[in-house]
Design a binder for this molecule. Structure first.
Ligand code: PRP
Length: 178
């Protein structure tokens, strides 16, 4: 285990089981629809790649950048979203997120997407931290509800590091308190 990690919250095996369950749920709901996966960079890159490989029906992938943390452990509340060049009008958009925390990122993103007239917009997040929510928002598909700890790995970063860890772990507080 990486020496900066206090505790593994979700192991590789546990993540794999979660992806199996989520891919079954998404398949059941979307296999006869016009599914467009919207990968929210950068944190969702690995989760999206794993999830989409378990979907055995036609899907479209588009990516968007959204960022609010600016190398801190708490959301700044100011969300920067880059404009989409792909057309989502009339499509069933499923937002793929690594973590739903305060909800600032997704509430801003959904507001932006709805102006582009998709057929539907839902959220699939591997991690949900409802204890820190400031916006009235919830995900249709949730991998794991987690406590209020700062987590990294499997795409999630602190200061752009740790995204490559194959598990999700709690970062030792001394790493971000120094
Ligand atoms: C993280 C994460 C979510 C968002 C969730 O992104 O990937 O998009 O924060 O937090 P919120 O619910 O409090 O808004 P971040 O801004 O760190 O960018 P990144 O994905 O590039 O790491």
């Amino acid at each position: 285990m990486n020496q900066d990690i206090a505790k593994v919250l979700l192991s590789e095996d546990e993540i794999s089981e979660i992806i199996n369950r989520l891919s079954s749920e998404v398949t059941k709901d979307y296999k006869n629809k016009n599914l467009c996966l919207l990968c929210v960079l950068k944190g969702s890159l690995i989760f999206c790649a794993d999830l989409m490989r378990r979907l055995d029906f036609p899907v479209e992938l588009i990516c968007i950048s959204a960022s609010s943390y600016k190398n801190a452990t708490v959301s700044s509340g100011n969300v920067e979203i880059n404009s989409l060049t792909d057309n989502i009008t009339g499509k069933d958009v499923l937002i793929i997120e690594d973590i739903l925390d305060t909800g600032n990122t997704l509430s801003n993103l959904i507001k932006y997407l709805k102006e582009l007239s998709p057929a539907s917009v839902e959220i699939c997040t591997i991690l949900d931290k409802p204890s820190r929510r400031v916006k009235d928002i919830s995900a249709k598909y949730v991998g794991s509800v987690i406590p209020d700890e700062f987590v990294v790995g499997y795409g999630l970063d602190y200061n752009q590091r740790y995204r490559n860890l194959p598990y999700i772990g709690i970062l030792k507080p001394e790493i971000y308190n120094n």
